[in-house]
Design a protein around this ligand. Structure first.
Ligand SMILES: Nc1ncnc2c1ncn2[C@@H]1O[C@H](COP(=O)(O)OP(=O)(O)O)[C@@H](O)[C@H]1O
Ligand SMILES: [Mg+2]
Length: 252
């Protein structure tokens, strides 16, 4: 059974896209078959994998509106993962989906013909809890929440977990939260540690080993590759590799 993991946080700039690209590349390195789906109209995932959204003839937008098959939009990337790209057009899909019956299930249905070809499908969500993110949470088997160790993140996490509970109630009872992935972690701030301890206590969520803050992450997208390729021995690359290994072990 493929694991479909939504990388979700309604805050922007918390490394959702970086986590999708890096974890995807880490799975591929370990021989897993990986599909990444860009669900953000800003198309940062698409761009950071070396694909210019302007050159993409068909994207997730057409897939969600039933005008293209997911398979026909797929692009092979240099990181050995397949990509369903996004473009700015996706902004319009949000409104167009709203008027459709069964609107939360569109992505799940669209991915059904392709997911069995993969071990891992990672869904890179946009920074909203709108209908496209609800589609991701409905299509997913699992959720990973990347987050900053700061007070406001804590509040956003509470809201996100409420949404996840609603999704479980209405559209996807089996959805499971794999845990919180602390990102851009400075380590020496006691405050960050305190927030993470509090998350474990308050929500009983697993908190994975933190991804350290490093400028290397910002450099990778310009080269169209993930940090696994641009700086394979960096501490950040190691953390994503270790996360991939743990997830593979726990999914067996
Ligand atoms: N561990 C990290 N250390 C430093 N910068 C990071 C790290 N992870 C991601 N970044 C940078 O932070 C910015 C936001 O990351 P991104 O993955 O685009 O977040 P999101 O998808 O949640 O909006 C990007 O410039 C990215 O390169
Ligand atoms: Mg993003």
């Amino acid at each position: 059974m493929p694991r479909i993991v939504a990388i979700v946080n309604q805050k922007g700039g918390v490394a959702k896209t970086t986590t999708t690209a890096s974890l995807g590349a880490a799975f591929a390195e370990l021989g897993e078959r990986v599909l990444l789906v860009d669900l953000d109209p800003q198309a940062c995932l698409t761009f950071s994998l070396g694909v210019d959204p302007e050159d993409v003839p068909q994207s997730i937008h057409q897939v969600l509106l039933g005008k293209a098959k997911a398979f026909d939009t797929m692009i092979d990337t240099d990181d050995f993962v397949d990509l369903v790209p996004a473009t700015i057009e996706l902004t319009a899909a949000e409104a167009q989906l709203m008027t459709r019956p069964g609107r939360e299930y569109v992505l799940r249905e669209a991915l059904k013909p392709v997911v069995d070809d993969y071990d891992w499908v990672l869904l890179d969500c946009s920074p909203t809890l709108g209908i496209i993110t609800l589609n991701a949470l409905t299509a997913a088997t699992d959720v990973i929440v990347p987050m900053h160790g700061e007070t406001l993140s804590h509040r956003a996490l509470g809201q996100l977990l409420e949404t996840i509970e609603e999704v479980k109630q209405y559209t996807n009872p089996e959805l499971s939260v794999l845990g919180v992935l602390p990102v851009m972690f400075d380590g020496h701030y006691e405050h960050e540690r305190a927030i993470l301890d509090d998350i474990t206590r308050t929500y009983g969520l697993r908190v994975w080993a933190p991804v350290p803050r490093s400028i290397r992450f910002a450099e990778a997208p310009a080269r169209g590759r993930s940090i696994l390729a641009t700086d394979p021995q960096s501490p950040g690359a190691m953390v994503y590799r270790e996360l991939a290994r743990s997830l593979i072990t726990t999914s067996k």
